[in-house]
Design a protein around this ligand. Structure first.
Ligand SMILES: Nc1nc(O)c(N)c(N[C@@H]2O[C@H](COP(=O)(O)O)[C@@H](O)[C@H]2O)n1
Ligand SMILES: [Zn+2]
Length: 391
């Protein structure tokens, strides 16, 4: 069962490049629009994890039910999806309908406005998934197209479009990356035994899902305790091309000299520490290719500010309970992804996913919103968003 809003159905019946869409595939024009918009999202996902601070965008040019051109935005600084799709369609773009999951831009950023490109190409209609929340765009792209006499339809598969770019939207609205707290726990709420042993709580398929999640995020954060206890890789294990920046928060730098995270061949590592921590250890890390930054105040909030300034849209917290509680309390977490295994391990002192939040009364509980769940083999993934009251 999959009722998760985070996963759009794979459109198995989607038209391939330059393939005529047979009429029986669609009941009406809206269903056709949905089908092509889902194709835009699929194209957009090609660049998963690589577009920040820009969004994931795909575009499709259609003429008489035939796909003439497709494109996606590969990374910031490169042309936008619409440009690639128009290029692929060539002269056939005149009189066509262009589908795009995000409103075409209308400003000179790193690239020129797509609204002008669409007008110059002579397209007749543009179907847009969602309005761009970027204040530089925010409806101006749609208005520019309409002023030029182009028909514009807005909001096709809007929920799926918003889900795909939830990190970009959060970044634009709150000037911070979206914080996602992910943990794996047993049915009795433990993330390790009393000795700290945790390999493995969930099954292989659930762990593969975590690797996919890492590939979609810009950074993954752990604390020093996780490095000492688990010696993690924190990579996407090649499920996708992208690896997140691996971030370690450690005030003391009481960390092992040998750790998988210090091997930066496959993925980069950033260690964030407090001013005054061991210069010798910092030097050793730099020599291994690990970037080290000193903060006068190392907190989840200052770290998220730094990662925003680096251009990040989404950050995955894969830390232990103490750091997770601090991150929640400081508004550095908006989304929870809890993998739950049907296992009981007990233990009065076995660690739990979220440490002390200072709550004494059930009325203080943080009740997740927009809740969804799905079963992965024997395990279950529960996803939801923290109430905005603390964010
Ligand atoms: N509609 C659309 N398609 C794309 O492919 C895009 N990358 C965007 N991005 C919007 O434009 C801003 C970035 O502009 P530059 O790449 O710097 O020129 C980005 O913030 C989005 O608002 N839109
Ligand atoms: Zn653009």
């Amino acid at each position: 069962m999959d009722n998760s809003p985070g996963f759009s159905p794979t459109p198995a019946s989607l038209p391939q490049d330059s393939q005529i869409v047979e009429q029986p595939l669609v009941n009406d024009i809206n269903e056709f629009d949905s089908l092509i918009m889902l194709r835009c999202l699929e194209l957009a996902r090609t660049a998963l994890g690589r577009t920040s601070p820009n969004p994931l965008v795909g575009a499709v040019v259609v003429q008489n039910g035939q796909i003439l051109g497709e494109g996606f935005h590969p990374c910031a600084g490169e042309p936008h999806a619409e440009v690639f799709a128009l290029r692929a369609a060539g002269a056939g773009a005149r009189g066509s309908t262009v589908y795009v999951n995000l409103e075409p831009c209308n400003h000179y950023g790193r690239t020129p406005p797509c609204s002008e490109g669409l007008i110059n190409a002579g397209v007749s209609k543009v179907v847009v998934g969602m309005v761009d929340p970027n204040p530089l765009v925010a409806g101006r792209g749609i208005a520019r197209l309409r002023d030029a006499g182009i028909e514009v339809v807005v909001g096709v598969e809007e929920a799926a479009c918003r889900r795909l770019n939830e990190g970009f939207i959060h970044r634009i609205l709150y000037q911070r990356p979206l914080g996602i707290l992910k943990y794996a726990m047993t049915l009795d709420g433990k993330i390790a035994t009393t000795t700290g042993h945790s390999a493995w709580i969930t099954n292989k398929d659930a762990r593969t899902q975590v690797h996919c999640l890492r590939a979609a995020c810009d950074a993954v954060i752990v604390g020093g305790n996780t490095v000492r206890k688990d010696n993690p890789y924190l990579t996407s294990h090649q499920v996708e091309a992208h690896n997140p920046l691996r971030v370690v928060m450690s005030r003391s730098l009481n960390l092992p000299e040998q750790a998988r995270l210090w091997d930066t061949q496959e993925a980069a590592t950033l260690v964030l520490t407090q001013v005054g921590s061991s210069q010798t250890f910092q030097k050793m890390l730099w020599e291994k290719g690990v970037e080290v930054l000193e903060f006068s105040s190392l907190t989840p909030e200052t770290v998220m500010t730094h990662l925003y300034e680096r251009g990040f849209c989404s950050v995955l917290w894969e830390c232990g309970g103490v750091l997770a509680a601090n991150a929640i309390a400081q508004g550095a977490v908006q989304k929870i992804m809890a993998f739950i295994a049907p296992k009981i391990i007990g233990g009065d002192h076995a660690p739990t996913p979220v440490g002390d939040l200072g709550f004494t009364n059930m009325t203080e509980a943080l009740t997740l919103e927009r809740l969804s769940w799905r079963v992965i083999g024997d395990d279950c993934l529960v996803e939801g968003y923290l109430p905005r009251v603390i964010n």
